[in-house]
Write a protein that binds this ligand. Structure first.
Ligand code: GLY
Ligand code: MN
Ligand code: MN
Length: 459
């Protein structure tokens, strides 16, 4: 293993400063837009996820809730924002933790109530522990509440209780809310279309993620443990400004690649096998999501190469279709067509191709979708089809993945022995542009010859 860091790591070290907490115009503009969208008689309550226990009295590292962060830049737990469009005094109410000198010595600084206006643009700051008490009063006169039910049971109980109370106390005096609405229409449609500064963040996440994969290819050798390869990749992520991976990295050598959500990462890489790596860096809370599959010893055997080339062709053909107006589902139809045709040609599926597609026979080896929205969440928010549509058309500013794969799980019956245990997925992050697309993760190769050039260079 080389003692020198990869070239990419020599760049000036970026810090995670993009769109952090503040009264930033960006967050204020997002709040204003959301208030416009929900209308003057509604309210929106966006809450922070609770901290989660990891072991005895220690917690997982806290990561802010995506919706709350998107609208405020605020990163603390025990927080909630209430938007009251058109309110004369406080359209933006923030519930947060009060300052506490002793606790701040242990856990770090808090913004606190007194600084919430200056630092976060709140019109009114209240203690988070008073949320249940204050909410019914604040909801009086509102006709509906936008709130994401089902993510945090304790919070749901609190919110539904406050909602009922608002209805009871409004009787005869004020209008009461009559609906709790999911944020999917108002807020998540906003998040689905990336603004110019978000596109910059997505580019950054894509390039840092790509640099991690390049490093991974360079250090790969037989005998390396999957977790060692993971560590090398995630090391580059952090060196280049990521706070964490955007999801648990998948590093699967040999047939581990056929376990779609394999995160155990505890086996040794064997000569002659492929390794599948699905890992993405989260930089400034926007994540990349890349999969590459490469040969541990630097050379594909003929069967591996055949499957690799088929997946690559499917992925490239789908990418070539991307442009505004293309219905989302056509990307999946494209990868299914190419992969099914290829598998029939190889004798791995019975033809004809149309029948294998109609009967979904391809799902035996290609059992997942072709992609998903990407952004602050790896499986980002936003609906895939609106009323009456088979799927929605792509729009400029959308980001998503294209990630076909073929997997011959060792327990799958009827797989010719030369293919058993081969698992290949190729995944890139795509931005829809005015006339096509930009591949945000082009910094890591996927052409076999280019990959083979890199394998083991720093092993
Ligand atoms: N890494 C998660 C996914 O590709 O969906
Ligand atoms: Mn993905
Ligand atoms: Mn992935």
């Amino acid at each position: 293993m080389s003692a020198t860091p990869p070239e990419s790591a020599m760049e000036a070290r970026p810090t995670e400063t993009f769109l952090r907490e503040g009264t930033g115009d960006v967050h204020a503009a997002r709040r204003a837009r959301l208030m416009d969208r929900i209308g003057p008689t509604s309210a929106a309550l966006i809450v922070a996820y609770p901290e989660r226990n990891r072991s005895n009295d220690t917690n997982y590292t806290y990561r802010p809730s995506s919706d709350l962060w998107y609208l405020t830049g605020f990163e603390e737990p025990e927080a909630a924002m209430l938007l009251l469009p058109g309110h004369d005094e406080h359209p933006f109410v923030l519930f947060l933790r009060p300052r506490d000198h002793k606790l701040e010595i242990w856990d770090g600084p808090r913004v606190g109530l007194d600084r919430a206006r200056e630092r976060l643009g709140a019109d009114c700051a209240l203690a988070f522990e008073d949320l249940a008490k204050e909410l019914p009063r604040l909801l009086a006169g509102r006709t509906s509440l936008h709130y994401a039910l089902g993510l945090d049971g304790a919070m749901d109980t609190l919110v539904v209780g406050a909602y009922r109370k608002a209805i009871r106390t409004a009787r005869g005096r004020a209008r009461a809310p009559t609906a709790i609405l999911d944020p999917v229409d108002a807020l998540h449609e906003m998040r689905l279309i990336k603004s110019p500064e978000e596109i910059e963040a997505m580019r950054r996440a894509g390039s840092v993620s790509a640099a991690g994969h390049v490093r991974g290819m360079r250090v790969t050798r037989p005998g390396l443990m999957e977790f060692e390869l993971q560590a090398e990749i995630e090391h580059v992520f952090k060196q280049q400004g990521a706070r964490a991976p955007g999801y648990s990295s998948i590093v699967g050598g040999g047939s581990n690649a056929c376990v779609l959500h394999y995160i155990d990462n505890r086996a040794a890489l064997a000569a002659g096998d492929l390794v599948l790596v699905d890992a993405g860096a989260e930089v400034g809370y926007y994540t990349g999501d890349i999969t590459r599959t490469w040969p541990v010893s630097g050379e594909f055997n003929g069967f591996q190469r055949t499957i690799y080339d088929l997946v690559l062709r499917a992925q490239m053909e789908a990418i070539s279709l991307v442009r505004p107006g293309l219905p989302w589902h056509e990307l999946h139809e494209c990868t299914v067509q190419v992969i099914t045709q290829g598998l029939v040609d190889l004798g791995l599926l019975d033809g004809p191709v149309e029948k294998a597609i109609e009967e979904a026979a391809f799902k035996k080896y290609f059992m997942h979708g072709t992609g998903h929205w990407l952004g602050i969440d790896v499986h980002d928010v936003g609906i895939y089809a609106r009323d009456g549509e088979k799927s929605r058309p792509l729009e400029e500013g959308m980001c998503f993945t294209i990630e076909p794969g073929i997997y011959f799980h060792p327990e799958e019956e009827g797989v010719p022995k030369d293919f058993v245990g081969i698992g290949v997925r190729i995944e890139d992050d795509i931005l829809v542009t005015a006339d096509g697309c930009e591949v945000l993760t082009r910094g890591v190769p996927k052409e076999p010859e280019e990959i083979m050039e890199l394998i083991g260079k720093d092993a």
